[in-house]
Design a binder for this molecule. Structure first.
Ligand code: CTP
Ligand code: MG
Length: 381
């Protein structure tokens, strides 16, 4: 007996709020869709699978199989419709001649067990339909149109999932009718019940974890935030007649740092670390010193602009560490204020500022200039 599966993946996944179709989302490194197809294939029940993909996801699907491979049991990939029912219908029409049993499964249920698949297919073989279901554990109430509430008898209720397996000819006939009469249904069993009276519900080990990934919280436990690290380094020359601004603090000293802006060498190194982490080049690219708009500007303002780029790219600062290399003046007393300025700008308290001398060696030791280094770690929000 020829048994095929249809995997519907052509929704938009709007409720998951991931900014793309949820079935492409990686769960610990492998997409919902690939996991789902592999799970169906591993059940050993199918001669072939038809995959239904939204027109808008064609490129994403090609990319996905380039990365994750395509299960050889996937024999056809067809375009979905504007509702789930139409997507299933497109899948049915793509089946080869001679299919006797067809099981429809949501791509959004990647945890389907072999026992669950087998139970539905066997029921369909025996009695024309097999729909996986579980007892309801919550008390379910019906809210009437006038707002009053009635309690349903829990013992008689079942929650229904996919896979849902049927004799092909009858399911196809039900879909033809539904298409002609524009029935609105949320699963295939509803079509079948409407035309033929009822379906057979089955349960099997694994049904309790065969949940549909639907809302943002369903994906929360699988989210692995991306981290990006960047480093920055900057040097400015010391000269008389300039203020010495470090991390936004005006440090009293007989000399200050020379530069186009306020020459806050520490903030410059930090901004380069942030931009580096994002792969956004450096501050010279974003705030060219040929641009008069940046003449004498407070580097803390530029840091705020860089933080807007960080946020726009979907990241936040996990932590940052800045080292100022200066022989003089002694900076220890100013460091708490510097740290606070940066913490305010970066939106996190995980900021460290430290200062060191170079034992009078090199340009910092000879007090010709001050250098700064920074490391920043960004975390995807
Ligand atoms: N589906 C489909 N074609 C549609 C709508 C839904 O193939 N036009 C598929 C989904 O890809 C999913 C399954 O039907 O695998 C169950 O639907 P649902 O959980 O509602 O997914 P989405 O419609 O994608 O999500 P949402 O309703 O939140 O937008
Ligand atoms: Mg939907």
């Amino acid at each position: 007996m020829s048994v095929w599966g249809i995997v519907v993946a052509a929704g938009r996944g709007e409720r998951a709020g991931l900014g793309r179709n949820k079935v492409f989302f990686p769960l610990h490194g492998r997409s919902v869709l690939s996991r789902c197809v592999d799970a169906l294939a591993a059940s050993g029940q199918f001669d072939g699978l038809v995959l239904v993909i939204a027109a808008a996801d064609e490129a994403a699907y090609r990319e996905l199989i380039g990365r994750e491979g395509e299960n050889p049991l996937v024999r056809r990939v067809v375009t979905g419709g504007d509702c789930r029912r139409r997507s299933v219908y497109n899948g049915l029409r793509a089946l080869p001649e001679g299919v006797e049993i067809v099981a429809v499964h949501d791509a959004a249920r990647p945890f389907v067990s072999p026992e669950v698949v087998r139970a539905t297919v066997e029921a369909a073989r025996e009695s024309g339909s097999g729909v996986i279901s579980t007892p309801v554990t919550d008390t379910v109430k019906r809210v009437r149109p006038d707002g009053t509430v009635e309690t349903l008898d829990r013992a008689s209720l079942r929650a229904v999932q996919t896979p849902q397996a049927f004799g092909f000819a009858r399911l196809m006939a039900a879909h033809e009718r539904a298409e002609a009469e524009s029935w609105e249904v949320t699963d295939d069993a509803a079509l079948f019940e409407r035309l033929y009276g009822s379906v057979r519900l089955v349960t099997a080990p694994g049904a309790e974890v065969n949940r549909k990934l639907t809302t943002k919280s369903d994906f929360e436990e699988f989210r692995r935030p991306a981290f990006r690290v960047g480093t920055g380094y900057d040097v400015h020359r010391l000269r008389e007649g300039r203020k010495l601004i470090l991390c936004g603090v005006d440090v009293p000293h007989e000399k200050g740092l020379d530069g186009h802006s306020d020459a806050d060498v520490a903030v410059h190194a930090l901004m380069d670390a942030l931009l580096g982490a994002l792969g956004e080049g450096d501050i010279g690219r974003h705030f060219p010193d040929s641009d008069p708009a940046y003449a004498g500007i407070s580097s803390m303002k530029l840091l705020n602009a860089v933080m807007q780029i960080v946020a726009a790219r979907g990241f936040r600062v996990a932590n940052a560490d800045v080292t100022i290399v200066a022989q003089r003046p002694k900076l220890a007393g100013w460091i708490p204020q510097m740290r606070k300025n940066l913490a305010d700008a970066l939106g996190t308290d995980a900021v460290n500022v430290k200062a060191t001398t170079t034992e009078r060696l090199g340009f910092e030791g000879e007090q010709l200039g001050i250098s700064a280094q920074a490391v920043a770690l960004l975390e995807e929000v």
